[in-house]
Design a binder for this molecule. Structure first.
Ligand SMILES: [Zn+2]
Length: 437
């Protein structure tokens, strides 16, 4: 094993360096963001004076700082844990021990591959708890009870096992039966699973966590149905989700594909927003669909997973690679285990790219929404309200938002709507709201 490891002595230090570099970059970005928040903390910055009052602004700065400091603690813990796991050889030791006990079948390998990362994730539970019952609670967002919180986590674990185990079992079974191109079949299996989830999630999984009720008949429903017809958005139903059971944050989304597609509005959104604003929010969501953002995101994710499975195909029978991490066994099992535990250290570097693309999509959907409802004003009002109610950070550091934000800032969205829309959709509206009218 020592000889094999020496054939790629750079692999383990390389991964260690990636983990440490990720931790440092996260910390630096958080510090920059805190300094930007503190630099503007004295009074509400001029562009936002008609958006938030001094007390709300002060609260949003405190919320930003609290979450940032908590985030640093969490990322320090996560990085430390991964470094310990890497340096102690915990994964190969546990893997081999479990194989000796359970046998070399695909079924037992899959069980280890699914269970070990899950067990490691349990050590993060105190952080999840503190985020909900300390930070969110302190700023008035938490409505979750400890009972619901525990139930949610138990259901999450059940889902990981119910969905993850059969998938991993299939993938680990393929090399023995599918020949040299097994990784292509493994990739197709993975894609099939993803597609199946899109059908199953809204019907089976989401109702396990939340209650969904059809939006009652009335002027709002009529209006949203009309918008869906006008924008040729085919859907199964418009539903209201009891998001207020867990949090006062609000949101809207659509889920499922084909005839299973549903529009979902949080009850917190329906109760706080005007019909105009809700229509604009829905138009934005429909924009994502009409502009083909969903298939484009799926295609990008399929390409990424293709690259990953291609690598699996190349590396699964390479003892030098797995031995560098302490595995004496070869095969897809140890590779999957390494990916599930350390994959984040690699995907972290791709997240600015994914976020950059996501922000472009957001701007496009905003533009679509303004055109669909004939004015950018309701969307701007809705975005301002969402920003204010969610205590969003109004002055993020540009490097922080560039790296981490999947949505453009309120300021960027307003600017983009103002400059990119033809006059009738835009004229005077945003400057009017900006002047406080
Ligand atoms: Zn969006």
């Amino acid at each position: 094993m020592a000889n094999l490891a020496s054939s790629a002595p750079w692999l383990l230090p390389g991964l260690l360096a990636l983990l440490l570099l990720r931790w440092i970059i996260e910390l630096v970005l958080d510090r920059l963001n805190e300094r930007a928040a503190l630099a503007h903390a004295g009074e509400v910055p001029a562009p936002f004076r008609d958006l938030v009052d001094a007390a709300t602004y002060e609260k949003s700065v405190r919320y930003t700082l609290a979450r940032s400091q908590f985030g640093q603690l969490e990322s320090t813990y996560t990085s430390g844990l991964l470094v310990v796991v890497l340096l102690t050889g915990l994964l190969p030791a546990t893997f081999h021990r479990a194989i000796d006990l359970l046998g070399h079948s695909s079924a037992s390998i899959a069980l280890i591959v699914v269970a070990l990362p899950l067990l490691l994730s349990f050590t993060r539970l105190p952080f999840d708890w503190a985020a909900q019952f300390r930070i969110e609670e302190r700023f008035g967002f938490n409505t979750t009870t400890p009972r619901t919180w525990w139930l949610d986590h138990c259901k999450g674990i059940c889902l990981s096992l119910l969905l993850g185990y059969p998938l991993v079992w299939l993938v680990t079974s393929l090399p023995a039966v599918a020949g040299p191109a097994w990784w292509v079949y493994a990739w197709l299996t993975f894609l099939g699973f993803q597609l199946l989830l899109m059908f199953v999630a809204p019907v089976v999984i989401l109702p396990w966590f939340n209650r969904f009720t059809p939006l009652p008949q009335g002027s709002l429903r009529e209006r949203l149905e009309r918008l869906a017809r006008q924008t040729r958005f085919h859907h199964h139903d418009i539903l209201v989700m009891d998001g207020s059971r867990r949090s006062r944050h609000s949101n809207a989304f659509f889920t499922g594909i084909g005839r299973y597609r549903r529009i979902v509005l949080y009850d917190t959104l329906v109760s706080q927003f005007s019909n105009d604003e809700l229509e604009a929010i829905l138009a934005h969501e429909i924009g994502h669909y009409r502009l083909g953002h969903v298939p484009r995101m799926l295609a990008a994710s399929a390409l990424t997973s293709f690259a990953l499975f291609f690598l699996f195909g190349k590396l699964a029978d390479q003892p030098w690679f797995l031995a560098a991490f302490g595995f004496s066994a070869t095969g897809i099992g140890p590779l999957l285990l390494l990916t599930l535990v350390f994959g984040g250290a690699l995907s972290f570097w791709l997240s600015p790219l994914a976020n950059w693309r996501s922000r472009r999509f957001e701007h496009q959907a905003d533009r679509f929404a303004a055109q669909a409802v004939g004015s950018s004003q309701p969307l701007v009002k809705a975005l301002r309200k969402l920003t204010e109610r969610n205590l969003a950070n109004l002055t993020p550091h540009p490097a922080y938002s560039w790296f981490h934000y999947s949505h453009p800032t309120l300021w960027e969205r307003e600017q983009a709507l103002r400059t990119s829309l033809p006059a009738p959709v835009n004229a005077g509206e945003i400057s009017d709201t900006r002047a406080g009218k």
